[in-house]
Design a protein around this ligand. Structure first.
Ligand SMILES: *Cc1c(COP(=O)(O)O)cnc(C)c1O
Length: 394
């Protein structure tokens, strides 16, 4: 059955992904099942989306209730779930204003527009510049692609939005080299995801914050992958308390309903986007609002961050043992339940073998295996994962 489904998929879908040869059919907790009924331990969670695990009853019920009430209106009207979601996001981020989007890339688009408008209002000129980081990933739309530091993703689609300059993550001097009178924003992931699970250092973040304050430049932190408890803090920047002027979130925020947001301080809000400057048909509709509300409630009720901090130390220990045991595994890096194992060769074969053995893993770059399990995993799941991984390595 599954082979026929894959054949159908390959004849109908645009081939923009080299997909793994399985069709996923249902999930429960931290396990997924394909349409032949085979069970997989999930250490990807849909790239950091399904943090609360599959078939969470309270989450599913909240969606069902909202579906029976009201799914969509328009942003020309208010709706209660989204008002509640915005209030909760303000509280946990310390930011002042929220704009809901349908994806991460759109959150980046909004952040870029807000930064440009802020600079325009300040000096009445255009042509402002943005500094982004090499090896960053911010999404696939034209604006988000423009600040994505991977030439392979950008090249065929140029010209993108102009005036983006690239610096090296954790190299403050390289930022200074790109700085000009026209710089309006610096954008980075607090922990680089696709680029290879590389955390921004405390020193780097603090120097960026000071530079931005001095020059009245906006600091934009992309927390789309590393936010929402993933690193053991609600947002990764809260580890060092380097607060951005604009931040972007998505992935885990609505637990699988397509949603994101960009948030900003009051200072940015009152000097940037106004009525007519930005909009979206679906963003923050009642179903999305209900999903975000429930996700945020469940983070508290189920002590998700405590669990991340409890289990991630154990995951780190176990991954470090792998580094010790196998010569070709060169190191581990990451934070919380966002970890990467660095190999001295491509990891595609290991990942395919793991799939055969019932473990879902993904790469970040060619030589790095990325671990983004649901945030509800327990030590026993780490043991199960390590057991399968070892089989695939020997
Ligand atoms: C996934 C991701 C995006 C893009 O989000 P989409 O919802 O796929 O558009 C942007 N930034 C980071 C850090 C991401 O991991």
């Amino acid at each position: 059955m599954m082979n026929q489904q894959i054949e159908d998929a390959e004849s109908a879908l645009l081939h923009t992904y080299n997909r793994f040869q399985i069709v996923l059919d249902c999930g429960k907790g931290v396990y997924l099942y394909d349409s032949n009924g085979k069970k997989y331990l999930d250490f990807v969670s849909g790239i950091g989306v399904f943090a609360l695990g599959y078939q969470n009853e309270a989450y599913n019920q909240a969606l069902k209730d909202q579906i029976d009430k009201l799914i969509h209106t328009s942003n020309y009207y208010y709706n209660v779930p989204t008002i509640e979601a915005a209030k909760k996001l303000k509280k946990i981020t310390g930011m002042d204003r929220v704009f809901f989007t349908n994806s991460g890339a759109e959150a980046i688009e909004g952040a870029i527009k807000a930064a440009r408008k802020y600079a325009f209002n300040k000096d009445n000129t255009t042509d402002h510049e943005i500094i982004a980081m090499e090896h960053s990933f911010h999404g696939r739309t034209m604006g988000a692609l423009s600040v994505t530091g991977n030439p392979k993703y950008r090249e065929a689609f140029e010209p993108l939005i102009g005036n983006v300059r690239f610096a090296q993550l954790n190299d403050f001097d390289s930022v200074l080299e790109q700085l000009s009178e026209k710089t309006c924003a610096i954008i980075l992931e607090t922990v680089q995801g696709e680029g290879g699970i590389i955390p921004a250092s405390e020193e780097f973040l603090k120097k960026l914050r000071a530079l931005c304050d001095e020059k009245n430049i906006l600091l934009i932190l992309d927390e789309i992958q590393c936010g929402m408890g993933r690193t053991g803090f609600m947002f990764a920047w809260q580890k060092f308390w380097v607060k951005p002027d604009i931040m972007t979130i998505a992935k885990a925020v609505a637990g699988g309903i397509p949603a994101g947001a960009f948030l900003m301080t009051e200072e940015v809000a009152k000097n940037s986007l106004v009525a007519g400057d930005h909009g979206t048909t679906y963003g923050g509709n009642p179903l999305v609002g209900a999903a975000i509300n429930k996700v945020l409630d469940l983070f508290e009720e189920n002590h998700i961050i405590e669990n991340v901090n409890l289990v991630s130390g154990y995951l780190e220990e176990q991954l470090d043992l792998i580094v010790e045991e196998y010569d070709f595994v060169q190191g581990r890096r990451g934070a919380g339940l966002m970890q990467g194992l660095l190999f001295d060769h491509p990891v595609a074969e290991v990942i395919n073998k793991a799939l055969e053995h019932g473990l879902i893993l993904i790469n970040a770059g060619t030589n790095i295996i990325r671990f983004l399990p649901p945030l509800i995993i327990q030590k026993e799941h780490v043991d199960e994962m390590i057991g399968i991984l070892k089989k695939c390595l020997s």
